[in-house]
Design a protein around this ligand. Structure first.
Ligand code: MG
Ligand code: MG
Length: 249
């Protein structure tokens, strides 16, 4: 069941969204070789709590941290760890959720550490552009499939593949609500979008094969062929005035 949000609820979600957007931005600005991913997670949690919000991911199905930090072939749900250091040439995806005034917001960005390969740079650009192509399709009366299709079309046109095992989602009082938002699909399929929907759209893209594998920690998804993966996500709301991106700062 898709839960529509009233304008005053979307205002509250925008507060959570700004916290998430800033937390990721601040962490991204401070990334440098040698940092461990647990330190990065600590900055993010401290910032969220400073803003009197709660990290959405902490305790979610037992996940112990405020952020997911996924490096290179890791797609999503990378677990912050003291013994995991980022290094020159890595691409690092940071995924954060915050809960404030009863509502969640969810966002992710992938950052380059120093100079990265041409393939990594292109992968990041195409994935971010795919998110924007998808957001352009968010409008009343459009089938949700137009959003999914926009991602797949842009990604595959550039020789990459979309991850199929993980999807975007509705968001509100719960971190994950209906509808599921695959990163692939036919434009005519899916629910019809309407005012009051709030969607976390999140292209996850592989530079190689789209099939995935799960690491022994039970959380972290990696590409089966260990090719690079990028992840960008925004929480967007369908408002009277059009589409409002709640997490882009
Ligand atoms: Mg997320
Ligand atoms: Mg999400």
């Amino acid at each position: 069941m898709i839960i529509l949000k009233r304008p005053e609820e979307i205002e509250k979600m925008a507060m959570a969204g700004e916290i998430v957007g800033r937390a990721i931005q601040l962490a991204g600005e401070r990334l440098k070789p040698g940092l461990n991913t647990r330190e990065i997670d600590k900055w993010i949690e401290d910032y969220i709590r400073l803003k009197e919000a709660i990290p959405s991911f902490k305790g979610y199905h037992g996940f112990p941290y405020a952020s997911c930090i996924s490096i290179n072939e890791e797609i999503v749900h990378g677990m912050p760890a003291k013994n995991r250091r980022i290094k020159e040439g890595d691409i690092v995806s940071i995924d954060v959720g915050a809960f404030k005034n009863g509502y969640h917001a969810d966002s992710a960005r992938t950052f380059a550490i120093g100079t990265v390969s041409a393939e990594a740079k292109k992968l990041m650009e195409i994935t971010f552009q795919a998110l924007d192509k998808a957001i352009e399709k968010v409008a009343p009366k459009n089938p949700l499939g137009t959003v999914s299709h926009a991602i797949q079309e842009w990604v595959e046109k550039h020789g990459f593949s979309v991850i199929r095992d993980y999807v975007g989602h509705g968001i509100g009082k719960n971190l994950h609500e209906d509808p599921q938002i695959p990163n692939y699909g036919e434009p005519s399929y899916g629910v019809i979008l309407r005012k009051g929907m709030v969607l976390a759209i999140e292209p996850m893209v592989s530079a190689g094969d789209w099939r995935t594998d799960l690491l022994k920690n039970g959380w972290t998804a990696v590409t089966l062929d260990r090719s690079l993966s990028a992840h960008y996500e925004d929480t967007v709301a369908l408002c009277d005035s059009g589409v409002r991106n709640l997490t882009r700062v």
